[in-house]
Design a protein around this ligand. Structure first.
Ligand code: NOJ
Length: 582
């Protein structure tokens, strides 16, 4: 007989080496009960959620019209990806004006109405702020290129190396491939200085050693906070500040090694300023960091000190294989970090940058972590078993929804959507696609417009006609015909659907887990099975990451399951919440 993979009470064990790095907690009077510690947050890629005006691009009107879907789903907050005026080179992460909506999405009044209506439904609204870089079409950068010295000082312009300045100022690489520098042309047509862009050339990096940059971004935050916005997701929060002198990286990998372009200590001054501003509002506003510092276990907690950012995405689940041991390790590591900082974990199964989980779990699972690149590189080589992938994806949320902390739900995951892998090249507008010479298909496959209803595209994504009566444009990315069966309408009322599973999980989470305490792992009959209990509730979460069925505890009453449980047996690749002795 196999030994059960029990470990009696592995409360997260703080790594003592981290203690010195994290200041002691100052405990606020309502510490531990704030909404953002246990919320479920729904991520909206606006152009792909719902189209209100028939141009084939989602917009604020579409989101407003579909807020009922989110309320019925049972989420607490909505996070809207950048909706600002933008040339959309990087899906809006290239912001031309932080105080205006892109006209494709609506007007400022639409944004204000959205916040009002969401609040009326009990939903909070988080926006996305992009402080590391602007668009090259931002007024500041245009003025900088036109030779305005004050404007140039807000970016990182440097002379090139080499005899004629023909070589980039240093050896840094863009996250989107290729050099992180682009050479400018002077107003009189001569080759000029270079400017830094850690992402696409159309996304010049701001110079955060310039006080004007701080003041401007604080003012942008105020602009939206004053309109009732509840907080921000902070884009590349480990970016912004660069090492003085912009020294060469000398081949260091920014993801795993200290790199002069990333995670500099001075960036924490920015977060302290932002936190002070957020705390000056009533109710206080909140931040969630997108941060990928190298040496994560040591460096990420620094962003979560009590006077900095409230939460940071827990990204390990995006890449972990569908296997029990690695999943358990991820959970333990994350909770250990949370134990150090007092910040809750913010669990993410997918987002707009990665392959959707139904597809990730539909191919062979490697024990070691994959990356986005390695995941997408598998597409031509291995036919996905989507039925299996969906089954596992359903089981995965049974696990993550039961963990202590915040849960993020990415648009369409509640419908079980898969990655769309066969988009035509002409529609792959992600800069990663072009800059990789087409070898990496990029991220558009996770951003295809949602199917809402009906038997054929656009599946209710757009209204039949535009306001002038002409027929609506097709969705900006084509939807697979098979999504008819996955539309919200098709799944509504079907108790076995993924939508029903998510609704039930979120309702039960509110009922049983909102006030629950820390978790502990439970003994299980197989090393492929993870089971956990939370303090203060009789609810247990059981997830079978193997193929063989296992018996649930005797007398367990099933509250929800990702696949039918018969005679107390949990099938393979399935999860269930059960009440035991409660
Ligand atoms: C992270 C965002 O999630 C991603 O979509 C974007 O391309 C980069 N930051 C650059 O802003």
């Amino acid at each position: 007989m196999r030994e059960p993979n029990a470990s009696p009470t592995p409360e997260p064990v703080p790594d003592p080496s981290l203690d010195a790095a994290v200041a002691p907690l100052e405990v606020a009077p309502d510490a531990g009960r704030e909404w953002w510690r246990t919320a479920v947050v729904y991520q909206v890629v606006l152009r792909s959620f719902a189209d209100g005006d028939g141009d084939g691009v989602g917009d604020v009107a579409g989101l407003r019209a579909r807020l009922g879907h989110l309320a019925a789903l049972g989420v607490d907050a909505v996070w809207v990806n950048p909706w600002y005026a933008s040339p959309m080179v990087d899906a809006g992460y290239d912001v031309a004006d932080y105080r205006a909506l892109d006209p494709r999405y609506g007007e400022l009044e639409d944004a204000e109405a959205l916040v009002r209506e969401a609040h009326a439904l009990g939903l909070r609204v988080l926006l996305d702020v992009v402080p590391n870089h602007t668009s090259d079409q931002h007024a500041w950068f245009r003025a900088a290129l036109a030779g305005d010295g004050a404007a140039r000082a807000r970016y990182l312009f440097r002379p090139g190396r080499g005899e004629h300045g023909e070589l980039p100022p240093n050896d840094w690489e863009s996250c989107f491939r290729g050099p992180a520098w682009t050479r400018t042309t002077t107003p009189d047509g001569e080759p000029g200085d270079w400017y830094l862009h850690l992402f696409a050339p159309e996304q010049p990096d701001l110079d955060w050693s310039n006080r004007e940059v701080h003041e401007e971004m604080l003012d942008v935050l105020r602009f939206w906070f004053d309109r009732g916005v509840d907080g921000f997701r902070v884009d590349v929060a480990h970016g912004l500040v660069k090492a003085p002198g912009l020294p060469d990286a000398e081949g260091r990998d920014r993801r795993t090694e200290e790199h002069p372009g990333w995670d500099q200590d001075e960036v924490h001054d920015v977060w302290r300023e932002w936190r002070a501003l957020a705390d000056s509002y009533d109710p206080p506003r909140v931040f969630v960091a997108e941060a990928w510092p190298a040496r994560r276990a040591e460096r990420l907690p620094l962003y979560l000190r009590p006077d900095e950012l409230h939460t940071a995405f827990e990204f390990e689940p995006l890449h972990v294989a569908w296997r029990a041991r690695p999943w358990r390790d991820v959970v333990d590591r994350s909770l250990a970090m949370a134990g150090l900082t007092g910040a809750p974990c913010a669990w993410v199964l997918t987002n707009h940058d990665v392959v959707r989980q139904a597809t990730r779990y539909a191919r062979s699972q490697w024990a070691e972590k994959g990356t986005n690149e390695t995941e997408r590189a598998r597409w031509p080589d291995e036919v996905p078993d989507l039925a299996l992938g969906r089954r596992r994806a359903r089981a995965a949320v049974v696990l993550t929804a039961s963990l202590p902390g915040v849960l993020y739900v990415y648009l369409g995951e509640e419908l079980g959507l898969e990655e769309v892998e066969d988009l035509p090249a002409a529609l792959r507008t992600d800069p990663i696609f072009a800059r990789s010479g087409g070898t990496d298909p990029g991220r558009e496959g996770s951003r295809v417009p949602l199917p809402w209803s009906g038997d054929a595209p656009p599946f209710g994504f757009s209204p039949p006609t535009r306001p002038d009566g002409s027929p609506s444009a097709p969705p900006h990315l084509p939807q697979p015909a098979g999504w008819a069966a996955l539309s919200a309408q098709a799944q509504d009322g079907d108790p076995s659907s993924t939508l029903s599973l998510y609704r039930r999980l979120l309702a039960l989470r509110r009922e049983h887990l909102a006030g629950a305490g820390p978790m502990r792992w439970l003994p299980t009959p197989s090393p492929d099975v993870l089971a956990l209990a939370r303090e203060g509730t009789a609810l247990q979460s059981w997830v079978n990451l193997g193929a063989d069925p296992v018996a649930l505890p005797a007398g367990a009453r099933v509250l929800v399951a990702s696949a039918p449980v018969e005679d107390g047996v949990l099938p393979g690749d399935a999860g269930a919440w059960v009440l035991v002795g409660g």
